[in-house]
Write a protein that binds this ligand. Sequence first.
Ligand code: Z5A
Ligand code: MG
Length: 215
Amino acid sequence: ATPVPTSRGALIAIEGLDRAGKSTQCDLLMERLQREGKKARLQKFPDRTTTIGKMIDSYLKSTSQLDDHAIHLLFSANRWELAAKILADVNEGWTIIMDRYVYSGVVFSAAKGLGYEYCRTPDTGLPRPDAVIFLDLSAADAAKRGGFGEERYEVPKMQRRVREMFQFMMEDVRDEGDWKVLDAGKSVEEVQGEIWGLVEKAEEFAKGTGLRSIA
Ligand code: Z5A
Ligand code: MG
């Protein structure tokens, strides 16, 4: 039998609404983890560097058009092409911080009208995070963070639907107990402090268990 890894790293997803500060917080977190001498790396989704990632990038920048199902499957395929590396690294003791993951994948496509269960299916079997840290930002606070960017989904109507879908999904997965919701309207430093506490807990949790899969 395969021995249960005892010193694996933690797999942590940072999720949240547009402009909630995910990338800001991920960068700060990486700096701190590395300062403390921990084996840690960042995995951003979508990962726009791969061949699939380049197709996603041109779709988001509206230089290409794709059927809603096709782009949904590409976002998932982008996770699958990196899954083996994530799994191997975690089992070698790396803590991996993911800037967006399957949850963004489900809610953005469902917000466009694809069925919620349909949207979840292609991600089934991917490595399941030890913790999902959800950065929650009110519509009013989001508006204070400057205008939208140029990308396809950065329009008010889409953002409203995404907020509703995240709310729905949070209820749906509540029993799984791995979602931690933080108020992203606080200062960068306050949010970072709260994230740090959750990361330490996730690392502790990871020590005693093998990585699970997304059901
Ligand atoms: N997408 C999808 O459809 N399916 C999928 O499977 C996946 C993604 C994985 C691109 O993602 C799009 O892909 C995205 C979802 C979709 N569409 N949209 N919208 P992305 O991750 O590349 O998107 P992004 O543009 O890099 O990130 P973001 O979500 O828009 O922003 P963020 O990373 O959460 O925020 P930030 O860049 O760290 O901060 C935003 C601004 O707020 C910035 O000026 C900061 O200085 C400021 N900020 C940050 N924190 C604070 C606090 N605490 N107070 C005040 N100001 C703050
Ligand atoms: Mg970002």
